[in-house]
Design a binder for this molecule. Structure first.
Ligand code: SAM
Length: 351
């Protein structure tokens, strides 16, 4: 029988038992090396040695939700709240464009102050100012009508992690009122509208089992998103999950390798959380098949306030202004940061 990596690469679907067996080998060095070599070859075939960068603008840390894992949850009275103005956001774009960014990601909590009108106004101004750039939104669950308006205003991409594909696990991570069903409905609506869609999950979130990870992979293979963001869960001291341990670096990169074979043309970031749990985390992610990094373009004055988890890296080489240093790190492992919108290659499109 063909090896599971060949079968995965040829599009075969695995059941939960098969996935659990594959996932349980995550610490086996021989398996890891074979997986990563293959994942790198696949990424090379689609993207060469290019690494795409996205300028991340964390524009509000107000949030109406109370997700148990998240440092900007509504009930965290210790969070110092802030909102950027439209002018602040546009100056981040101006700075980012000069540095070579061609994708801007507007990410924030679910902040009622940012109505459809307000976001459309910001997106239209960005579209007008930087017509050659992609605009990605990551602002949580909204109505299909709202997603349509934002798309019409000029947004191209949307990041919304499903967080976990198991409804009971979802309920252990989120308070009542937030459901997996609605999260999934949002993802399918975004796809219908025509966004390039990113989903994903935290690795090692509290109560997560290998069966849950298997369900995550099965869900992603059905959804076939254009982007998949995965990163380790990292506890935040002012949340109900403060005493849980962080997710594993090894499992996160192993999953990146698997995702590269499963969705060969997808955009896979080596996330900030991965860079936070290990100084070499992002390099390890790229060597496992990731092809995107998302340096922080938020103004320095607010960077330390968008704290989703403890010890988030905030002013080092993950910062947009230190792109040259990041470039050196990428070149040291055989890759190069390019000035490009970095759209998804056809294999992951139209599905
Ligand atoms: N509000 C938007 C949403 O829900 O999609 C975007 C912002 S939300 C803070 C972005 C992502 O941060 C979430 O999808 C979650 O996976 C991640 N995140 C939140 N808390 C985290 C933690 N403690 N450790 C790792 N990742 C975390």
């Amino acid at each position: 029988m063909a090896h599971w990596m060949d079968r995965l690469a040829s599009g075969e679907q695995f059941d939960t038992r098969q996935w659990v067996e594959i996932l349980s080998q995550y610490q086996n060095e021989t398996v890891r090396e074979a997986l990563f070599a293959r994942a790198r070859q696949t990424a090379q075939r689609y993207y060469g040695n290019a690494i795409y960068v996205r300028g991340l603008i964390e524009f509000t840390n107000y949030c109406k939700n109370d997700c148990f894992y998240c440092g900007i949850r509504r009930s965290n009275a210790c969070a110092q709240r802030y909102r950027l103005t439209k002018e602040d956001i546009l100056s981040c774009c101006e700075e980012g464009y000069a540095l070579g960014f061609r994708t801007f990601v507007l990410q924030g909590g679910e902040d009622g102050r940012f109505t459809d009108d307000a976001i459309c106004d910001i997106v239209s101004a960005m579209r007008e100012g930087w017509p050659d750039c992609a605009i990605t939104l990551s602002i949580g669950e909204r109505s299909e009508e709202s997603y349509r308006r934002l798309f019409a205003a000029g947004a191209n991409r949307y990041l919304l992690r499903h967080e976990t594909a198991d409804p009971e696990h979802y309920a252990r991570l989120h308070p009542q009122g937030l459901t997996l069903e609605h999260r999934k409905a949002c993802l399918y609506a975004l796809k219908r509208i025509g966004y390039q869609v990113g989903s994903g999950f935290m690795v090692g979130s509290p109560y997560q089992t290998l069966e849950h990870l298997a369900q995550d992979l099965q869900f992603l293979s059905q959804l076939r998103p254009h982007m998949v963001g995965i990163g380790p869960f990292i506890p935040h001291r002012d949340t109900p999950f403060k005493d849980f341990k962080a997710g594993s670096l090894e499992m996160t990169v192993y999953l990146l390798g698997i995702l590269r074979l499963m969705l060969p043309g997808a955009l896979l970031p080596a996330t900030t959380a991965l860079g936070t749990i290990s100084p070499k985390g992002r390099e390890m992610g790229i060597l496992a098949g990731a092809n995107v990094v998302m340096p922080n373009l938020s103004p320095l004055s607010v960077r330390k306030k968008y704290l989703l988890y403890d010890n988030k890296i905030a002013t080092g080489e993950e910062a947009a202004e230190h792109l040259a240093a990041l470039q050196r790190r990428m070149q040291a492992i055989g890759y190069t940061i390019v000035t490009d919108r970095g759209d998804c290659k056809p294999a992951a499109k139209g599905t």
